[in-house]
Design a protein around this ligand. Structure first.
Ligand SMILES: *Cc1c(COP(=O)(O)O)cnc(C)c1O
Length: 497
């Protein structure tokens, strides 16, 4: 059956194919694309347990991207999940202590966003061909550190595309910054913002909806799209690793087909965990999805009180990719909690825009059954890194540590003994300064590659090649701007003036 897409904010009379939705990114009314009807899956997990990642990915993607041919999807998957990953399993599941770790950091930028952003450009260029698009696709992205780099790694020198990335000048790690400013590719543009991630993301959303700018672009043979996690071409490929992880646990003899498991997910924009929610809807035996936050605990409060309130202090933490107060993908969950009511969804999103907060109805609160939420302080985060290293000789990054620690909170609070899979979203070498401090219990006056080397001397895990390469990579991007000057920066890059 064909899976068509509609907006979370308007009636289902206006639909698009999956390839059109991939090209568009956002719906014209500012809402997000959701399937008109959720696809039906009939996963044979015993069989999938013997399958490689690419095969599992195909079984998942064919449910969501129904206007792509089998050959097109398989070619996208081959291009995305190949030797650019340093582990042939792509997303290996390991066990340390009582918890399982689904390692999503074996790709070119050593963070989980590679799982989505290695495939998005291929889904997009295939979609452009299918829809006879003449214009050049301009990817506009705000990043809290990992998205921008992963998107550029995916789009660099891909035909008929340009990518412009905005990142908060003071909100990313030294390694993240170095990865960004050394990005190669004739079609990549990187601009630092004097502001935080929310400033950058809000502005990017505004520009993606700016009619005048769109018209100006169209007149110059350009079309905007987004690589942010709202694009279905990013969201749904992420469902694959939940299916794969479950199948791998069967393969390893850790569970039997049908046993329920929990996933703990370090959450920012709510994309990763939403993919888990879809995996559950498709029949993966998931009991709870643990929504793990750092001090920016707007989601913890949301799940525990039914009130989403972004009017609060914003903290810079050692898990910067989760330093977010507006989680874009949450709109899709809201849509489901309303019973797929676009009017009610739109009205809550208007509340968010005008008042900075919204409140779930009692019926909606009752509908939240799949999630459990918690958060950790910086001290608890450090403690978790230290504990895993000291007791299990396993080193995790500060984002993964948030999920690992909140998973334990959940188990202590509920006594739930089901197997727990911690979604492991970044390599410790991406955040070496914070990891070093956590393990040794002291601040080290080093950062960047010097910190990588010190960390390596301590933990001995091989340094990923992509980090080693930064030693000699020349800086190619120098631009810094105010959030209000982002539109002007784009026009200059595209030579629209
Ligand atoms: C982006 C990111 C997250 C948060 O994922 P969301 O899909 O935005 O919730 C967590 N950890 C790392 C390392 C990330 O890069």
């Amino acid at each position: 059956m064909e899976t068509l897409y509609r907006s979370t904010r308007e009636s289902a009379s206006q639909t698009m194919t999956s390839s059109q939705a991939v090209l568009q990114g956002l719906t014209p009314d500012g809402g997000l694309f959701v399937p008109v009807t959720l696809p039906q899956a009939d996963f044979d997990f015993d069989q999938l347990a013997q399958a490689d990642y690419q095969t599992v990915a195909y079984e998942v993607l064919k449910l969501f991207f129904t206007d792509y041919t089998e050959a097109e999807l398989k070619s996208c998957i081959q291009a995305a999940y190949g030797t650019q990953f340093d582990d042939p399993a792509i997303a290996p599941v390991t066990k340390h202590g009582k918890q399982y770790y689904l390692e999503l950091f074996h790709g070119p930028t050593i963070a989980f966003k590679d799982l989505a952003l290695q495939i998005l450009p291929h889904l997009m260029t295939t979609a452009a061909k299918k829809n006879q698009l003449q214009a050049e696709v301009v990817i506009l992205t705000a990043t809290s550190g990992d998205t921008g780099k992963a998107a550029m790694a995916g789009f660099a020198d891909v035909d008929q595309t340009k990518i412009i990335v905005f990142y908060p000048q003071a909100g990313v790690s030294a390694i993240q910054k170095q990865q960004m400013v050394t990005q190669v590719g004739e079609n990549t543009y990187v601009v630092a913002i004097n502001g935080n991630f929310d400033d950058a993301q809000t502005k990017v959303k505004e520009l993606l909806n700016d009619r005048e700018l769109h018209a100006q672009l169209a007149a110059n043979q350009f079309q905007f799209s987004s690589a942010n996690s709202i694009n279905i071409g990013r969201l749904f490929p992420q469902v694959a690793y939940y299916v794969y992880a479950y199948a791998q646990l069967i393969k390893q003899g850790q569970i039997k087909n049908g046993d329920e498991v929990n996933f703990s997910v370090p959450t920012g924009n709510f994309g990763d965990i939403l993919a888990g929610y879809y995996a559950k809807q498709l029949g993966v035996p998931i009991h709870k999805l643990i929504c793990a936050s750092n001090r920016n605990n707007v989601l913890t409060d949301f799940f525990n009180t039914g009130v989403y309130n972004k009017n609060r202090e914003f903290f810079l933490t050692s898990s910067p990719s989760m330093d977010i107060l507006v989680s874009s993908n949450l709109e899709r969950l809201i849509f489901y909690l309303t019973g797929e009511d676009p009017k009610q969804t739109a009205s809550l999103m208007t509340d968010l825009q005008t008042k900075g907060s919204y409140t779930l109805t009692p019926a909606m609160r009752q509908a939240v059954t799949e999630f459990w939420a918690g958060f950790v302080t910086e001290g608890q985060d450090q403690h978790e890194i230290h504990h895993l290293y000291a007791h299990h000789h396993y080193t995790i990054d500060p984002h993964t540590a948030v999920a690992s620690a909140v998973a334990k909170q959940y188990q202590a609070a509920t006594k739930d003994q089901r197997p727990m899979v911690v979604v492991s979203t970044a390599s410790p070498y991406k955040f070496p300064k914070a990891v070093l401090a956590a393990i040794t219990g002291q601040d080290h006056d080093v950062d960047g590659l010097a910190a990588v080397d010190q960390l390596h001397a301590l933990i001995k895990t091989p340094i990923p090649a992509t980090v080693d390469n930064l030693r000699t990579a020349p800086v190619r991007h120098h631009q810094v701007t105010e959030p209000d000057a982002m539109a002007a920066a784009i026009k200059t890059i595209l030579k629209l003036n």
